[in-house]
Design a protein around this ligand. Sequence first.
Ligand SMILES: Nc1nc2c([nH]c(=O)n2[C@H]2C[C@H](O)[C@@H](COP(=O)(O)OP(=O)(O)OP(=O)(O)O)O2)c(=O)[nH]1
Length: 130
Amino acid sequence: MDLVVVGAAIISDGRLLSAQRAEPAHMAGGWELPGGKVDPGESDEEALVRECREELDIGIRLDRRVGGDWRLSGRSLLRVWTAAIVEGEPRALEHLALRWLTPDELYDVDWLPGDRPVIDELERLLKRTT
Ligand SMILES: Nc1nc2c([nH]c(=O)n2[C@H]2C[C@H](O)[C@@H](COP(=O)(O)OP(=O)(O)OP(=O)(O)O)O2)c(=O)[nH]1
């Protein structure tokens, strides 16, 4: 079975929230979408809402799926949804830093390799709607 990782493309005022990983060592410093692994018995959507609460202390509302299954290294898949904040202000409880990126700044951070095609897709989406 593939391991499913879910990621939230949290958008506010036309900007995308990016988060810098603190661990493991080989990924530390890389930037990602908030999210994480889906637990047994949990839906993808439930996992994403839970992870954003745990990592950022915010409530989110999922909007739409971005692409299909994005292949990460090994046997992991990344599934991404756009999302809006419905409660709270993001705080980096588990990340080194958070950064809001305008469409022109999307590539200013060093995304984890598996995220790059997703960011390409999000760039198209953000540039259509802003
Ligand atoms: N959250 C997230 N993980 C990503 C992204 N891109 C990417 O390659 N990954 C990888 C990093 C990790 O190997 C894995 C996600 O695991 P995680 O450590 O964030 O998950 P988790 O919060 O459930 O962690 P844990 O319970 O195992 O500690 O997917 C992304 O955009 N967001």
